[in-house]
Design a protein around this ligand. Structure first.
Ligand SMILES: *Cc1c(COP(=O)(O)O)cnc(C)c1O
Length: 398
């Protein structure tokens, strides 16, 4: 039972009601198991096609062990913001290791990828400056851009020609300029043409920043990310990333030139005014870097699983959209169909979310399947059988 709200807050109840009625209310499922190929969701054991746990590290024994050992040595909490009493040798080690992994001079960690963007963008541009931003960039880039007070100019999704037109038209009106793009776009699984974006950006005296949240641990050699994927080392100024997806833990990272990182340690507000990553998070992330540097097995398995699942889905007759990454949208069209599809999959023991407007455009509703190295071939086969059964029952495939 919840209490009714006083008159001045009545609007919240009305808004919640409206969300329910329009089918946009988030019903959040509760897990009673670790993240992995299989989950216990609302008491039921289901195959997991929802999480960003690309490499299966969220419950990987070496990471869990590293977190436990670090707790025994350092406790759990950082105690303060990093500049005052919160930087531990673990944080310093993690930043050095992440920089080496990415092949850059230095790196700085934040509490999350979201905070990394909120901290980085306003430290680079401000009033009188301009940000050229892909129209489908992540919410944290949008919010970081707004916080900066710079003028925001949106360019067409993954369209370097439109970016160039916008740079030509507006660059000269402003002092500093930042071009920013997601590396991998999470709803369609497409990749920003970073090589072409670099070529364009280079001619307009603009800083180039990529948010590689879905590319880290996935793209490039051994999961070194989108810059490595395109061989753009030393050309992209700032790489933002997250430690919550392929790395399986939580935290954000900004990697690049040592002077830029030093500037963020002086001026990144979530770094200065919010406490650091906790001890177990930091230690688990260090173990994740160890794993990735030692072997490409998990990254290779992720891609083998991705290729298999997509080929089989296409053979069944499903439309898997434009994806070139483990993010696999199953295009269904109407939101009501996608929701019904997701419900029936759940009945078949498969947990895969329906995504509709406003997260994706109207009429482009879909089920999004997230492939992981945690999946075995038998898991994927079971998932494929469920998709085939529900797809036929709903007339999506023949
Ligand atoms: C997930 C995501 C983030 C947020 O990362 P967290 O570490 O979960 O805060 C930021 N940017 C992009 C592009 C993302 O996909």
């Amino acid at each position: 039972m919840t209490k009714t709200l006083p008159q001045k807050l009545q609007w919240i109840e009305d808004e919640l009601q409206a969300l329910q009625e329009s089918g946009l209310y988030n019903h959040i499922r509760t897990l009673d198991s670790p993240q992995g190929a299989w989950l216990v969701v609302d008491g039921k054991r289901v195959l997991n096609f929802c999480s960003n746990n690309y490499l299966g590290l969220a419950n990987y024994p070496r990471l869990v062990q590293a977190a436990k050992e670090a707790i025994d040595q350092y406790g759990v909490g950082p105690g303060a913001v990093r500049t005052i009493a919160g930087t531990m040798s673990l944080h310093v080690q993690l930043e050095k290791r992440l920089a080496a992994f990415k092949g850059v001079e230095d790196a700085i960690t934040f509490q999350s990828g979201f905070n990394a963007n909120l901290g980085t963008i306003p430290a680079l541009v401000g009033r009188g400056d301009v940000i050229f931003s892909d129209e489908l960039n992540h919410a944290s880039i949008i919010d970081g851009s707004r916080l900066s007070r710079a003028q925001i100019v949106r360019y067409e999704h993954c369209n370097p020609a439109d970016l160039e037109a916008k740079l030509k038209a507006h660059r000269h009106e402003f002092k500093r300029a930042l071009v920013v793009t997601d590396g991998v776009f999470s709803m369609d699984g497409d990749i920003a043409p970073l090589d072409e974006i670099y070529d364009v950006t280079q001619h307009y005296d603009a800083i180039l920043m990529v948010d590689d949240a879905h590319g880290e641990g996935v793209l490039g050699r051994g999961g070194r990310g989108i810059v490595d994927h395109f061989g753009l080392h030393g050309k992209v100024d700032i790489e933002v990333g997250t430690l919550s997806k392929a790395f399986g833990v939580v935290g954000g990272v900004v990697a690049g030139n040592a002077k830029i990182v030093e500037w963020l340690r002086q001026r990144g507000r979530p770094f200065l005014f919010s406490s650091a990553m906790t001890v177990p998070d930091t230690a688990a992330c260090l173990a994740a870097v160890d794993l990735l540097e030692e072997s490409t097995d998990l990254v290779d398995k992720l891609w083998a699983n991705t290729r298999y699942f997509k080929a089989e889905m296409k053979a069944l007759g499903f439309d898997t959209g434009q994806s070139v990454t483990p993010i696999t949208p199953i295009m269904l069209g109407e939101a009501t169909l996608a929701q019904e599809f997701s419900r029936r999959l759940f009945d078949e023991g498969v947990f895969a979310m329906a995504i509709g407007y406003p997260t994706v455009p109207k009429g482009k509703a879909r089920i999004r399947v997230m492939i992981s190295a945690a999946h075995e071939k038998a898991d994927l086969d079971q998932g494929l059988a469920a998709f085939a059964k529900v797809g036929r029952a709903l007339g999506v495939i023949a």
